[in-house]
Design a protein around this ligand. Structure first.
Ligand SMILES: [Zn+2]
Length: 953
């Protein structure tokens, strides 16, 4: 799944994640872990001969000798603490009956948004037992009949019950079912909800201007059970035959191609579309879509029929994604050494969609803004984003669908890997994007930021109750997962990496895996101790800070490295857990004589190591972590750091190393190791690389949020304008003939940043251009519209807002609506901001987009208290609209994390203690931690930075 909906050029580009911290257990050994996650949590159904095993104290306690530690969250109110400890009881499904094949017929009714279902599940009964237990929720199950395939005897269930809390459906039979095989017939009804999960309805405007609906599915992680009763755990793989009873004029799609279409005798307006049998797969990957769509199609060079389905009238907007798909399939076939196993691959744009995209096997669903490209209306940033998302979902067809994690604890295997491979794919298709450099600012740094909190969590995180699953679709699973796979890829080399991947995919095809299975395959391919090294990165949270000392000994540079855990909060360096952390770190160096070639790649296995680098002159700088590949921060003493400045100024250091140095230094400022980064920024004034500017922009964006609370905010903004003015003059407003993709993105980035500093000339030019655009005199290129919209609204009044809302309502392209929506919160006028918040929850805005408009208000200092109060006032509405994780967690994060006082931290803690929102627990803890870090940071640096700015301007 592509959970994060973000674009590289969001003004404040820290959109991410999810919630909850608890005492995460860590496991002394793989065996112990496997036992816990499999047999221990899967008691067989009780029978007289086999009572259920005891089910208390699920989590092994950390022992003092445990190598890996995770810290429990602190600074929480007792109410939150109490909630944390009252974790929901959870057991995995028993194994007395397991599914082999599902035959499912669904008949939706679009008049009242309900559906009827008939399902035959072929089961293997492993032991005599009275109950068949599976998952179901919000379904009305009318009938359950067992047919034994040996005897042919039918048996109606004595009782049927659905526990809506545990989401467990039980059909009880008397006499008990005998071991063997048979089929359970189930009849049920359900509703097509508007919550974007299960089998739900998605609204669109028909050609007559009326609201119409499509019926679509979103099952990951645990919502297939809302559409049909099933064994809704990834390890319960089975084959599926789907049939849909639909109106003849509707498009109806499922994972597999249509096998046949039959008449529906009871209503001649309907027919029954039957699909081919699927390969063996997990329930969360089943999908079907019914509605009004059109498509473009092609066949890839490896013979797969590819189609992109769009809303009516927009099929041309599917062409870009179609061409990416047709090229990616043979690329992955070659890369993995395994062909795409299905005969067709459909990609479909869904108007109401909570995530970014979902990798259902053979039928990938996308938010419109993650799939559709209009030649005039789509920005370069969006086009790049769409290429990444398409590459990500198609990677899952192998990594996730063909081989699937055994349980959600190993979700990162799916997401981390797909988030790595999407970059491989885009680098292959669009080398001009220089996408691996962007990986560092977009993925790597995001992961480091989140993972520096004490309320982070390990990549492998125990997951129990279904409601906990949504919480781990966060930047740890995705971005840290991808970052450590990138580090691993470099450590073992591409050839062994590919070989290992092929071993893994071939050995486990159509099966389920644990993280260790991947390590074993890579170990076989490379002969390196992968499990031992990588365990230190996946089983404990956080990452190392490596301190560098060096001395010259003749023509040898002696480097002394020490590692310790990096904390955003400097006080935690004194905690007793601090010394328990250690990592096996692949390290490398580069030097002034050849900055592009790493030297002396080695494994740092101890907390302190000394590395001797022969042939280094005494006047040469030596840099650790070339290419920002290793997932760690580096701290140089000031005298070493200063040596890099000329190499930054004259750009002898490669872009990734310029970014790495800047971002590490910024992290040192955040954690109190260094006082300011502003002085160093001066060295970047001649910079011309998009991604380096993107990194500078991140730093300035965070500081702009923080310093908004100081007396010298105006001076800071002047400093920002000064810093960006040179590059702004050079990129200008007018796109240059034949300019590169990155030049186009650089222009948007620089002008956006100037707008955020209140640069008057940029704002005036925005107003002028919007007038021309609205008069039809000069269309604003899509890339510049965020700049113009934000510039105009930042000084706008209620009339300006009305004008922009009119543009929002009149646009039928969701990308354009998204651009306008995310700009609205930049207004400074309080009345305007109040109206923006009301608009966000109005009928004019889709639920999937509400949160981003509210966030835009919360990112503005003036709007922050308003947005937070608005959230509190509308808690009931928002809680019902977003019943779990995902969007609501993101909203909470961005509304609250930029507050800066203890009073705010307490207010947030208390509110959520009294009003818990499902799937936001960890987010709340992270947000409160961030608020306290902001406060500390301001107290620590406020005076010094003020003095610097006074002298600098
Ligand atoms: Zn994914």
């Amino acid at each position: 799944m592509f959970q994060a909906i973000r674009t590289l050029l969001e003004v404040e580009k820290r959109l991410s994640l999810h919630p909850r911290t608890r005492l995460c257990p860590l496991f002394a050994s793989t065996t112990q872990q496997k036992r816990y996650f499999t047999s221990y949590k899967r008691p067989f159904l009780h029978s007289a001969s086999q009572p259920a095993p005891a089910h208390t104290c699920c989590f092994p306690i950390n022992s003092a000798s445990s190598k890996f530690v995770t810290i429990a969250s602190v600074n929480m109110s007792s109410a939150v603490e109490a909630k944390k400890t009252s974790k929901l009881e959870f057991q995995r499904l028993p194994l007395n009956a397991v599914p082999v094949h599902y035959d499912i017929t669904i008949k939706p009714n679009f008049d009242n948004f309900t559906f009827e279902g008939v399902e035959n599940i072929d089961l293997k009964i492993n032991e005599t037992s009275p109950n068949i237990v599976m998952n179901a929720v919000e379904l009305n199950i009318l009938k359950a009949v067992w047919k034994d395939s040996g005897t042919g005897k039918e048996q109606v269930a004595q009782t049927i019950s659905v526990d809506e809390t545990t989401e467990i459906f039980t059909a009880a039979f008397q006499p008990p079912l005998q071991s063997g095989t048979g089929t359970i017939l189930l009849e049920f009804t359900g509703s097509m909800n508007d919550k974007m999960k299960g089998f739900y309805r998605s609204k669109f405007k028909g050609s007559d201007g009326q609201d119409k609906y499509n019926g679509v599915t979103q099952f990951e992680a645990t919502d297939a059970r809302r559409a049909f009763p099933c064994f809704d755990e990834p390890s319960h793989k089975a084959t599926f035959n789907i049939s849909l009873v639909v109106e003849k004029n509707k498009t109806a799609l499922s994972n597999m191609p249509v096998k046949e279409i039959q008449a529906y005798p009871e209503d001649d307006k309907l027919h029954v579309v039957k699909y081919e049998r699927s390969p063996i797969m997990s329930t969360y990957l089943v999908a079907y879509c019914i509605g009004d769509f059109e498509y473009v199609e092609t066949t890839s060079s490896d013979g797969v029929l590819c189609r992109v389905y769009t809303p009516p009238g927009k099929k041309n907007q599917g062409k870009f994604a179609l061409s990416v798909t047709a090229k990616v399939l043979p690329y992955y076939k070659e890369y993995f050494g395994i062909a795409y196993p299905l005969p067709k691959l459909d990609l479909i744009a869904i108007a109401d969609f909570s995530a970014g995209a979902m990798e259902n096997w053979g039928l990938i669903t996308y938010r419109e803004t993650c799939l559709l490209v209009d030649e005039e209306e789509t920005s370069a940033t969006s086009r790049q984003w769409i290429a990444l998302v398409v590459g990500h979902e198609i990677a899952h067809q192998w990594f996730g669908n063909y081989v699937t994690m055994e349980w959600w604890t190993h979700l990162w295997l799916n997401e981390g890997y797909a988030s790595f491979v999407e970059f491989l794919c885009v680098d292959f298709l669009f080398p001009e994007y220089d996408i691996w450099t962007q990986f560092v600012t977009d993925t790597f740094v995001r992961a480091l930021e989140l993972d520096s909190l004490k309320n982070s969590h390990p990549i492998e995180v125990p997951v129990g109750h279904p409601r906990e699953v949504d919480e781990i679709f966060d930047d740890i699973s995705y971005s840290k997962g991808a970052s450590i796979i990138r580090m691993l890829h470099r450590y073992i080399g591409d050839a062994d990496f590919r070989k290992g991947m092929n071993i893994y995919l071939t050995r486990h095809q159509y099966k389920n895996t644990f993280t260790e299975d991947l390590w074993r395959s890579l170990e076989e391919a490379s002969g390196k101790p992968i499990g031992q090294v990588m365990g230190t990165w996946t089983k404990q949270m956080g990452f190392p800070l490596i301190r560098v000392q060096s001395e010259q000994n003749g023509d040898t540079r002696v480097m002394r490295l020490t590692q310790e855990k990096y904390w955003a909060d400097p006080n935690l360096k004194n905690s007793k857990e601090h010394n328990d952390y250690s990592w096996m770190v692949p390290v490398a160096f580069c030097s002034a004589s050849d900055p592009n070639t790493p030297i002396c790649q080695t494994l740092m296995e101890e907390k302190m190591v000394t590395v001797e680098l022969p042939g280094i002159r005494s006047d040469e700088w030596v840099k650790l972590n070339p290419g920002a590949v290793g997932f760690y921060r580096v701290r140089y003493p000031p005298e070493l750091l200063v040596e890099f400045l000329p190499a930054i100024k004259n750009k002898i250091l490669p872009p990734l190393d310029r970014i790495g140095l800047l971002d590490d230094l910024f992290a040192m400022v955040q954690s109190g190791e260094s006082s300011t980064v502003l002085r160093t920024l001066d060295a970047f004034k001649n910079e011309d690389n998009f991604t380096v500017w993107s990194s500078i922009s991140n730093v300035m964006s965070k500081l702009n949020l923080l310093f908004a609370y100081t007396d010298y905010h105006d001076q800071f903004k002047k400093f920002g304008i000064h810093l960006f003015s040179g590059i702004a003059d050079s990129v200008g407003w007018e796109p240059k003939e034949g300019e590169s993709h990155l030049d186009t993105m650089l222009r948007s980035l620089v002008l956006l940043r100037l707008t955020s500093f209140g640069h008057e000339k940029t704002i005036q030019e925005s107003k002028r251009r919007l007038n021309l655009h609205r008069n039809g005199d000069q269309t604003i290129p899509a890339d510049l519209r965020p700049v113009v919209y934000r510039g105009v609204i930042s000084e706008g009044d209620e009339e300006t807002l009305e004008m922009m809302l009119k543009m929002y309502r009149e646009s039928d392209m969701l990308e354009e609506q998204d651009r306008i929506g995310r700009s609205l919160g930049l207004a400074k006028n309080l009345n305007v901001l109040k109206k923006v918040l009301e608009f966000a929850i109005s009928e004019d805005v889709r639920s999937q987009d509400t949160v981003f408009i509210m966030i835009s208000v919360g990112m503005n200092k003036v709007g922050r208290p308003l947005a937070w109060n608005f959230f509190k006032e509308n808690k009931k509405f928002l809680g019902e609209r977003y019943p779990s994780g995902g969007l609501i967690a993101r909203l909470v994060k961005h509304l609250c994390e930029n507050f800066v006082t203890e009073e705010d931290a307490r207010s947030v803690t208390e509110f959520f203690a009294e009003n818990p929102f499902a799937g936001t627990e960890r987010t709340v803890q992270q947000v409160v931690e961030s608020i306290r870090l902001n406060e500390q940071w301001l107290k620590r640096d406020e005076r010094l930075v003020g003095e610097f700015l006074t002298n600098a301007i």
